[in-house]
Ligand binder design. Structure first.
Ligand code: TRP
Length: 329
């Protein structure tokens, strides 16, 4: 069966764009392939300095992944820092990639430029080597990623090919695949940009844990336009199109069809709010149950970790053997 790996950083609250755009497709995908989902806390460390924050975010993200429907008996959900092999293979990857290659990564250039006066860790620079370790440890055939991550998958392939060439066949060569397309959810206040937690103003962002009254308020204030026709036209009417896209994704319909049922913006907004509130209610309930029962949540995490560990340690041992390190046994 095809092995698919996707990872997510524990860097803040999950929002509706993450869910409808990605997480929901992960849930559907768990029955179609052998899926591994890593919560990559070591990657988050490249930009985190506050003590305790990463652990809390990791626990909350794990609860959310299970709450949205990843089944711990089907999908392998694991925490990157719990599997020491990531760091171990990460170093080997750093020695298999060149300084020049890492220097060409556009994400490093963007992120380090954005951090300006802030601390730019060496980890931010070697980040793709750790990502290569994540992927190669699990013999992943496919890695579904957006455009921003394609370069990191390319460099992973280059590293794997180079390693295999230097030390003999060891790693499966992965390929980047376009993720099963989820909905494209835009910010409710600026509907030409993607819903994202990185903006300063989050009044256009629906968080998975928002209370119903907050969701209603955010939809009520959503930007539309000055005419009043409900049609799906992303170019001309991005605000209305976004509401239609969200409502359609939530009710398993199409934006075009959804548009036919509404004539007034107010009705479209309140229907969207109601549908999102209804969709999120069981997820929020399950999330709160899991966070309220940490022992159970840890049990689910350990289940994934245990499965991940078996694969990761076998792959690391294979790589160490190929290199020819002196065995400690
Ligand atoms: N770099 C990815 C991101 O920022 C996260 C990530 C880390 C990842 N390791 C991975 C994604 C392995 C896919 C496979 O989104």
């Amino acid at each position: 069966m095809t092995r698919v790996l996707s990872c997510i950083q524990p860097t803040g609250e999950v929002h509706l764009g993450n869910y409808l755009g990605a997480l929901r497709t992960w849930v559907a995908g768990q029955h179609k392939a052998d899926v591994f989902h890593g919560i990559v806390d070591l990657h988050a460390l490249t930009v985190t300095e506050k003590p305790g924050l990463i652990g809390t975010n990791t626990l909350q993200l794990a609860a959310m992944l299970f709450a949205v429907g990843l089944d711990p008996d089907v999908a392998t959900v694991f925490v990157q820092s719990h599997i020491a092999e990531h760091s171990q293979l990460g170093w080997i990857m750093e020695c298999t990639v060149s300084f020049g290659e890492l220097s060409r990564m556009t994400q490093f250039k963007d992120k380090s430029a954005k951090r300006e006066a802030e601390f730019v860790s060496a980890g931010l620079f070697t980040y793709p080597a750790l990502q290569a370790a994540d992927i190669l440890l699990y013999d992943a055939n496919e890695v579904p990623v957006g455009d921003d991550q394609r370069q990191h998958i390319e460099i992973t392939r280059d590293i794997a090919i180079r390693f295999n060439h230097r030390f003999g066949e060891t790693f499966v060569i992965p390929k980047a695949v376009t993720p099963a397309s989820g909905a494209r959810v835009m910010d409710l206040q600026s509907p030409t940009s993607k819903m994202s937690k990185s903006g300063d103003d989050d009044s256009g962002v629906i968080y998975m844990l928002d209370e119903p009254s907050k969701i209603e308020k955010k939809f009520k204030r959503a930007v539309t336009d000055s005419d009043s026709e409900v049609v799906f036209d992303r170019e001309r009417k991005p605000g209305v199109a976004n509401l239609l896209e969200i409502l359609a994704a939530t009710t398993n319909s199409t934006p075009q069809k959804t548009a036919e049922s509404y004539t007034r913006y107010g009705d479209l907004k309140s229907a969207s709010a109601d549908a999102v509130i209804a969709m999120l209610a069981p997820i929020q309930k399950r999330y709160n149950e899991l966070l309220g029962d940490k022992a159970e949540l840890m049990r689910l995490i350990h289940k994934g970790n245990d499965r991940a560990q078996v694969v990761a340690s076998a792959t690391l041992a294979r790589a160490q053997k190929s290199i020819g390190f002196l065995s400690s046994k």
